[in-house]
Design a protein. Structure first.
Length: 144
């Protein structure tokens, strides 16, 4: 058995192999989904009807957002696979504490412990709540 960090989260070799396998399956799933969504981005001839053109643009916008989200998750999965290879899998990248086994079993690509993830989400929500017109010019440029 392998002991990781101060909170004494114990990850066995069997569990680590299971996490690696789950991450590799997720990676393949994400790659297929990205390829599928990327095909949706292709510009199709939607005729001359403006309503059809608007619908086509909306579908491409949705596909682009989906590809962006899938790519972000793929990046997290790749980072988790690297962490396994480097022997640091399960350590929070922010505070260094061990990520709970329950969290890793739920989200094997998690890179933050619950406490740090909640802090990040609160910070992002607070930043999203600030209207652009409420920023000074230099703050706007930094936010963009």
């Amino acid at each position: 058995m392998q002991l990781t960090k101060a909170r004494q989260v114990i990850v066995t070799k069997t569990q680590m192999m299971r996490f690696r396998a789950a991450l590799e399956v997720k990676r393949q799933e994400l790659m297929r989904a990205i390829r599928s969504q990327t095909a949706e981005l292709a510009i199709r001839e939607s005729g001359h009807d403006p309503i059809d053109q608007v619908q086509s643009m909306n579908q491409r916008d949705e596909a682009a957002l989906t590809v962006q989200w899938l790519s972000r998750v793929l990046s997290d999965v790749d980072a988790a696979l690297r962490a396994i290879s480097e022997g640091v899998y399960g350590d929070c990248v922010e505070c260094g504490e061990s990520i709970s086994l329950k969290r890793l079993e739920t989200i094997p690509w998690a890179s933050h412990c619950i406490r740090c993830q909640e802090f990040i989400e609160r910070r992002e929500a607070a930043q999203a709540a600030v209207p652009v017109w409420g920023l000074r010019f230099h703050e706007y440029r930094e936010a963009a």
